[in-house]
Ligand binder design. Structure first.
Ligand code: TRH
Length: 384
């Protein structure tokens, strides 16, 4: 009998929670032939990433997945018939659902999928069981990460082969840009994608690009950095098909893309500015140089995560390139004492050929790690 998986996801803000839960749901359904139901409290962010999802529906089927709106009142007799339950990002499960889990024999396998971190302590927490304080249920922590001791990263079957075919084919890239009404890159131009949180370093970066020696074309999905772009362009924001040029910089506006198309955007650009969790991972699968805007947390908790990642990522780079990466990550994230974006970009751009080689090697290194969805499936089978 096909095993049933329930994934629960609460959208805290932005797109990352829904984005990760959706990728996992699709992999489980498409690659592992599981019956997957995704409970999500706010399907609107999902609908933006996955055209065809109707945010107004309480129940729908899309891409082989049953999508359910998770309402505050999750009263019985809601079904609690899953063999495996995934609580995304420790969002908690409805009490009625948990109570119903205790009536099943054997009890469902319960995973808590944690946020991604490069910190070394996660290897110690990954896979650990945590008995429920009152009920005969055990939660198991699943930590995505960058080492064999972690739960790895989501990577669909065939992803890297599709990426390589796309990146090898000039025709595919030209068609891609044309589908977005953006001209193909000119020789010598650096094409950049921009996805970041609102923050003060952006105008400085735009100035650096406009005043720099080399041509930069920056592609911005709809809704990203709108306020900053509005201010920087004096209200003259670019629109799809109507780019804006200042000095050596051309800004291209594109629609907010589906997740698949966004992947292609990352594959097609020379440098990707990404943020949060999911686009950060996808930029690494794109095997291109990238700059990460980490999700800011209270009390600067994100600083440790930022440093942990940069230390891991830059370890195999020669000192000048490692320094260039470190500098731009710090400058872009507004770390106190970091240099200005102008200098940070200049050294990063100069080091780009070596960083590009490293990005490809890094992606191969990550591909040798456990794959997250397969790891969950294997662990669930070991327990069922
Ligand atoms: O939107 P985010 O800032 O999400 C964040 C992070 O996940 C953060 O860790 C979490 O704590 C917070 O949400 C609540 O960035 P992230 O993680 O990159 O997610 C963006 C998603 O949007 C990702 O799945 C890619 C997708 N996307 C598209 O599908 N099309 C687009 O055009 C763009 C720009 C993004």
């Amino acid at each position: 009998m096909t095993a049933r998986w329930d994934i629960f996801c609460k959208v805290v803000d932005n797109f990352g929670d829904a984005g990760v839960a959706w990728r996992l749901a699709r992999q489980l359904s498409q690659e592992h032939s599981l019956a997957v139901r995704l409970w999500i409290d706010d399907p609107r962010s999902l609908a933006r990433m996955s055209p065809g999802v109707d945010a107004s529906q309480d129940r729908q089927f899309h891409a082989g997945i049953e999508l359910r709106r998770w309402r505050e009142t999750f009263a019985e007799p809601e079904p609690a018939d899953a063999d495996v339950v995934v609580e995304a990002f420790g969002c908690g499960l409805p009490e009625a659902y948990v109570n119903a889990m205790t009536r099943r024999s054997p009890a469902p396998v319960w995973f808590v999928l944690e946020y991604l971190s490069a910190e070394s302590w996660i290897g110690g927490g990954h896979g650990l069981p945590s008995p429920h304080p009152r009920l005969p249920l055990t939660r198991r922590f699943w930590f995505p990460g960058f080492t064999p001791a972690s739960g790895g990263l989501l990577r669909e079957r065939g992803l890297l082969e599709s990426r390589d075919a796309f990146q090898r084919g000039a025709r595919a890239r030209a068609d891609f840009w044309s589908s977005l009404s953006v001209p193909d890159s000119a020789a010598g131009e650096c094409r950049v994608s921009l996805f970041c949180y609102p923050h003060p370093a952006l105008p400085a970066l735009l100035d650096a690009w406009a005043d720099g020696d080399d041509a930069v074309s920056c592609v911005v999905p709809d809704g990203v950095a709108t306020g900053a772009l509005d201010a920087w362009t004096g209200g003259n924001v670019p629109h799809a098909g109507r780019p804006l040029s200042r000095g050596r910089l051309t800004l291209h506006a594109i629609p907010f893309l589906s997740q698949e198309t966004y992947d292609r955007l990352l594959w097609a650009c020379d440098v990707n500015f990404v943020r949060g969790e999911d686009s950060f991972v996808r930029a690494q699968w794109a095997a291109r140089p990238f700059v990460w805007h980490i999700y800011p947390q209270a009390n600067e908790a994100h600083r440790r995560k930022l440093d942990a990642f940069v230390n891991r990522y830059a370890a195999a780079l020669e000192p000048p390139e490692a320094t260039a990466v470190r500098r731009i990550f710090r400058a872009w994230n507004g770390v106190a004492g970091a240099e200005g974006m102008d200098d940070a970009w200049r050294s990063f751009a100069a080091a780009r050929p070596a960083i590009a080689q490293h990005a490809a090697a890094w992606s191969r290194q990550l591909a040798a790690l456990p794959e997250l969805a397969s790891g969950l499936v294997k662990a669930s089978l070991d327990r069922i």
